[in-house]
Each structure stands twice: as C-alpha cells, then as structure tokens.
Design a protein around this ligand. Structure first.
Ligand code: NAD
Length: 324
C-alpha cells in the first residue's frame, strides 16, 4: 500500500514543525495533496520561503512563524492538532561539533517543548525526526535498532536524547511518539548551498557548474541514501500505525549501500560529465559505513519504500537541473 492510500479522518489536522525545510516542506505538500489541513511551524533559520511558496496560498495551509525554543509558541502550534510531525532541528554533524550549546537548545530543548505541548493539547500521535547518527561507533552492519554504539557528535547525542524523551512520553504520559532514524535523505528542495550542505546536492551543484567537488576522506565510506518520498511514506504510515508501534524509533532508509566514490561516478555518468573529484580530509564525527535493516519499520509501520537509490537520484538530478 502506498502512502496516498492511508486514510485519516477527513477533517484531520496536521502540524509539521520545520515545515519550510527540505523534509518538512515535502511532507506539508504531500498532506495537502491528500486533502488535509496542514499547519507549519518554522523560524526560517535554515528553511526557506521558496520551499513553501507553491502552497502558501492553499486555504488548507497555515504558517506560524516561530521558534520551538519558545514553549508558548509550541502550545499555540499544537492547539487543535490531531497529528504532529516534528522535523524542526539543526542538522549537520560538523556544525554541531562547533556549536554544541545551540544544538542542545534547539534539538533537545525544542523537542521537549514540542512533546510537552503535544501532550497538553492532547495530540493523538507525535512522530519525530531522529537520525542514523545515533548508531555512533557501532560497527555491525546492517544497523539494527536495538544495537547502538557510542555517539560521535553533539548532534547524535541530541537525537539519542530525543528518542529517550519520546519513549518516556509514551510510557509516562501515553503520548504516542514514533521516532524515525533517517539515513542520508536526498531529493527535491534539499539545500545545495553553504559549508554544511549534504553531499548529494553539493556534488550535483558543483558538477552542473562545471566545478570539481571535494570528497571528504577516501571516498570509500558508504551510505544508505534514502529518497525523500520514502521518508514521506514513513511519516504518513507512522502517523497511522497501530498504537503498539509507539514509544520506539525506527530505521527509515531504503536498505541499500552506496560508496561515496560510486555515487560520484554515477552522478558524472547521468550528467554526462567527466570531472575528476578533489579529495579533502575526513570529517570528525563521521561514521565510515551506514546501511540499515528496515525490517522493524516494515513489520510495525507497514513501511515499504518505493524508491531505490537509482530511481531517486535520477529524479533529484532532474529537479536540480530545473531549479538551480
Ligand atoms: N536530511 C537528512 O538527511 C536527515 C538525516 C537524519 C535526520 N534528519 C533530521 O530531519 C529533520 C529535517 O531535516 P532537513 O534535512 O529537512 O533539514 P532542514 O534544515 O532543511 O529543515 C529543518 C527546518 O527546521 C527549521 N528550524 C530549525 N530550528 C528551528 C527552531 N528553533 N524553531 C522552528 N523551526 C526551526 C528550519 O528553519 C528548517 O526549515 C531534522 O530534525 C534533521 O535533524 C535529516
């Protein structure tokens, strides 16, 4: 079953925090396309107005410009909502190593504010973004939810802490929380700019501009690159999943493994360019290999990702060609 076949009550109301960001804006759009009312809470710190421009005028869409670090704002955002998808956070492992206090404030403080507001406003289901970085130095592949290592960055620690709060909020207060350990998401609207841009949009942008991208490390690290539509599916199915699925976190990936150098070569092949990459030093806090076992999400959420890396990368390139 695709996510478009998932049914909620027709008058259901959804709040997406971080709804002007990469993942959040795609989720807002999918829910609006399904006919539901969507409220977005975002402070535009990394998100962009252009991400929500195409549906800003939709009468079922409401924007609250505000900060999850402010509890009253979170209360106002959760008022009258049936479902919350909490995506607002600051990403990037290297940036978190530079600014640990800010990450604590936004990613942990903001998330507890949202969970507490959702509890007080009697939200039915609270799904939230965790991250594959919680696996830290756990060496075994594929990564399974019950086997985590020592975290390697403040960012990973914030997500691990959020998962603990998620579990507590379900166990202590009955707020149904579901966490998603996303694995390297990519696709339309992901920001290619800035020092902390993710690898796929950064490479595509450089190659489209005839520049040589820099590979951090030797290119032999691998990732389970996950196309955005698979993440949308996880969010929608997670909001509809049986109550027994709550209080836990799930790997959300395709379940594949792509080496960085192979990603690079694939992009060159599809774009029809023959550019030699540059190599830079490896980055602190990065893990070497990442590949997910997605059977828990399959079993408990009915997650069945439609888009392989190959399907997704072609769609992403088409989008950047038109939008860069
Ligand atoms: N993109 C990935 O590969 C990936 C992987 C693992 C986890 N995640 C998580 O998924 C979520 C969404 O990530 P994304 O890639 O869409 O990032 P993004 O930066 O595009 O989106 C985050 C959004 O949150 C908003 N935001 C940040 N701080 C806020 C605050 N204090 N108050 C209100 N809004 C705030 C930003 O303005 C932005 O619109 C994040 O929680 C991130 O940690 C993403």
């Amino acid at each position: 079953m695709g996510y478009r076949d998932v049914k909620f009550n027709r008058d259901s109301k959804f709040l997406v925090t971080g709804g002007a960001g990469f993942i959040g804006s795609n989720l807002c759009e999918a829910l609006l396309d399904m006919g539901y009312s969507v409220r977005c809470l975002d402070n535009f710190s990394t998100g962009k107005r252009e991400n929500i421009e195409s549906f800003l005028d939709n009468e079922k869409f409401e924007l609250i410009e505000g900060d999850i670090r402010d509890f009253d704002t979170c209360m106002r955002a959760c008022e009258g909502m049936d479902y919350v998808s909490h995506q607002a956070a600051w990403g990037s492992v290297p940036r978190s190593i530079e600014m640990p206090l800010l990450y604590e404030d936004i990613n942990i403080g903001g998330t507890i504010n949202m969970m507490e507001a959702a509890r007080q406003q009697k939200v039915k289901r609270f799904v939230y973004a965790s991250s594959s970085s919680v696996y830290g130095d756990e060496p075994n592949l594929p990564k399974r939810e019950d086997r985590v290592g020592k975290v390697l960055s403040p960012y990973a620690l914030t997500k691990k802490t959020d998962e603990e709060y998620g579990r507590l909020y379900t166990e202590l207060y009955g707020l149904e929380t579901i966490g998603f350990r996303y694995f390297n998401v990519f696709g339309r609207r992901q920001d290619p700019n800035g020092a902390y841009a993710a690898v796929i949009p950064r490479f595509i942008k450089a190659l489209l501009n005839g520049e040589a991208p820099t590979i951090n490390g030797d290119g032999k690290q691998s990732r389970d690159f996950t196309y955005i539509d698979n993440v949308i599916e996880a969010n929608i199915k997670g909001m509809a999943a049986p109550k027994e699925a709550a209080g836990q976190a799930y790997n959300i990936a395709y379940g594949g493994r792509v080496y960085l150098i192979d990603l690079y070569n694939k992009l060159c092949e599809i774009l029809g360019v023959d550019t030699e990459p540059k190599y830079g030093p490896g980055r602190a806090g990065d893990i070497k290999h990442s590949n997910a076992d997605i059977s828990k999400a399959r079993e408990l959420l009915g997650y069945a990702p439609d888009y392989s890396f190959d399907d997704g990368i072609r769609l992403a390139i088409d989008w950047y060609k038109e939008n860069l």
